[in-house]
Design a binder for this molecule. Structure first.
Ligand SMILES: C[S@@+](CC[C@H](N)C(=O)[O-])C[C@H]1O[C@@H](n2cnc3c(N)ncnc32)[C@H](O)[C@@H]1O
Length: 221
């Protein structure tokens, strides 16, 4: 029997009342948090892999086992794709999904620090995927969500065609609201199709849950 995914339970009704305040605070300040050594090393390894690459760079943030990273790489043979996840348990399982292409790399790193380093080095993205990030549905956990953290400013600065997916519609609506606060237009739609892009998407669909996405073109700052 299939392991069904539980649907989201939350004590939050509608867009969080503190969203605007929190997003503006992060957009108007620089993160002072020291960067972790292990992410600095992972970043260095990623830069060595990229070498003097000047072409399109695509990021698959919170890539889990990297199934989506491999498929994105196959669909974009002229780009280089990096999948980032902090869980070694997930990234080490990647070999199961390895695609017949070598234009991608899966690395274990903390996303917050990894994006910070990309921004500090002036990198820009062609596309950026954030597929099924942990939703933190408790109202009190607003600031653990990516759009209500210091990482949101870095996501905006990195630019590119941006896509976030979630099985929690309010997460997607709040992401769109955060983008709007940053003066960025976005589109919210239900994810359609028969072929799941990630293992979590597959699990949600097999459990009868819908999933949602927000897409936006982030300017090349
Ligand atoms: C719900 S899973 C989704 C994984 C994959 N995208 C999928 O759809 O199958 C969320 C992922 O985010 C990763 N994650 C959470 N916080 C992170 C962080 N600070 N840096 C990097 N990865 C993180 C977790 O390790 C986990 O693999």
């Amino acid at each position: 029997m299939k392991n069904l995914a539980r649907s989201i339970t939350t004590n939050q009704v509608g867009i969080h009342q503190n969203l605007e305040k929190v997003v503006l605070r992060h957009l108007n300040s620089e993160s002072q948090k020291p960067l972790s050594e292990h992410t600095k090393e992972a970043y260095q390894a990623a830069m060595e892999w990229l070498g003097d690459w000047q072409g399109d760079l695509i990021l698959d943030s919170c890539c889990g086992v990297g199934e989506s990273t491999a498929n994105i790489a196959l669909a974009h043979p002229n780009a280089k794709v990096i999948g980032v996840d902090k869980s070694a348990m997930r990234t080490e399982k990647h070999h199961v999904y390895s695609a017949q292409t070598n234009n991608y790399l899966i690395i274990r790193a903390d996303l917050q620090d990894f994006l910070r380093l990309l921004v500090l080095e002036g990198k820009r993205l062609h596309k950026h995927y954030l597929l099924y990030p942990n939703p933190y549905p408790k109202s009190a956990h607003l600031q653990r969500r990516w759009y209500a953290s210091s990482t949101f400013a870095d996501i905006v600065k990195l630019g590119g065609d941006f896509e976030v997916r979630s099985n929690w519609k309010l997460y997607i609506e709040e992401f769109a609201a955060a983008l709007n606060i940053a003066n960025i237009q976005s589109t919210v739609t239900q994810v359609q199709g028969n072929t799941p892009m990630t293992p979590f998407e597959r699990k949600y669909w097999e459990s009868g849950q819908d999933s949602w996405k927000v897409t936006a073109t982030l300017s090349k700052a």
